[in-house]
Design a protein around this ligand. Structure first.
Ligand code: F2R
Length: 290
């Protein structure tokens, strides 16, 4: 959870900045002064973690209610455009399944919102990959009915579980894709698995189509490639991930969640930790459990 929030807040400082600004700032490694605020990625991950802590599984009704309550308490966390309708309607008592299915003319959202929040779930169930997959799907469909959004959530949750389990970088993407349902996300992950970990992330983003849309297809395979290339170094992974631009808070939240599940915040500079908006105190109680 802490890795996800750090990645989200770090990425938000760069979110959709013009390419020429990013090019200099990221290569020279400038960091923003002042507080780094986390966004909807962290807000939704906190709700999911809270439900896991209470129920030890994804209770979908409780999760929908938790998302809607967090949104009502603080709607200005840069939620995806369709989430305003979804979370308001759920908060007003509409059935989450009906609301979620009617998005985008009945197609459902293929946004990356189900993937961006799910790494803590992968860590939670890391001992049992079948449960990681089934619970990731149950968590995704509460807001995202499109199969590509679900495939993205499964990929990230499995990646976080494999990260906890210490799977090495050169086996990582193949082990993730093994568990992802047939989809464009899976097909781009297979492409990602053929790209050397030493490649320039900007070229990789081009090869994987990252940066065009706020979709699971455009962000998840790229983020998982970045995580696999730097599995033991969260700070380096975040710098590399941000280089591609686009939806940086979310690509960095995904990478932070996956690598943080393995390393915690080890090696992260002290000034980053003090800049990042703190998480609620109850997160510490969960982390302290055996
Ligand atoms: N980009 C943001 N936040 C800024 C949004 C500003 C917005 N204009 C506002 O008014 O508040 N970051 C956050 O959004 C991403 C997560 O998005 P999520 O939760 O998946 O939301 P949504 O709206 O369902 O999907 C995102 C966009 O993808 C396009 N889209 C999705 N499904 C589609 C479909 N079936 N057909 C066509 N387009 C589809 C839409 O443009 C959606 O708005 C994260 O980056 C999070 O940090």
């Amino acid at each position: 959870m802490r890795g996800l929030a750090l990645g989200d807040a770090f990425g938000e400082t760069w979110f959709f900045r013009p390419a020429e600004v990013l090019e200099t700032a990221l290569v020279e490694r400038w960091v923003k002064d002042g507080e780094w605020l986390w966004t909807d990625d962290t807000a939704m991950a906190l709700s999911l973690l809270q439900i896991l802590d209470r129920h030890d599984r994804v209770d979908q009704d409780a999760l929908a209610a938790a998302f809607a309550a967090a949104y009502a308490a603080d709607p200005y966390r840069c939620y995806g455009a369709s989430m305003h309708d979804v979370l308001l309607a759920i908060g007003q008592g509409e059935d989450w399944e009906a609301v979620t299915r009617r998005q985008f003319d009945g197609m459902g959202s293929w946004g990356n919102g189900a993937a961006m929040r799910v790494a803590p779930l992968g860590a939670w169930f890391a001992d049992d990959l079948d449960t990681v997959v089934s619970e990731a799907v149950r968590s995704a469909v509460v807001t995202h009915a499109h199969p590509e959004a679900t495939a993205g959530a499964v990929a990230v949750a499995v990646a976080a579980a494999l990260s906890v389990r210490g799977v090495p970088g050169d086996e990582f993407i193949a082990a993730v894709v093994d568990r992802v349902p047939d989809s464009e996300v899976a097909s781009r992950l297979r492409r990602a698995d053929r790209i050397a970990s030493s490649s320039d992330p900007r070229h990789v983003a081009g090869m994987l189509g990252c940066g065009k849309q706020i979709s699971a297809v455009d962000t998840v395979p790229y983020a998982i490639w970045c995580a696999a290339a730097h599995l033991d170094d969260l700070t380096e992974a975040l710098w590399a991930t941000a280089l591609a631009g686009g939806d940086i808070d979310t690509t960095c939240a995904i990478v932070g969640g996956i690598i943080g599940a393995r390393t915690g915040l080890t090696g992260v500079p002290a000034d980053w930790l003090s800049s990042c908006e703190p998480l609620p105190a109850w997160v510490d109680d969960i982390s302290d459990q055996p």
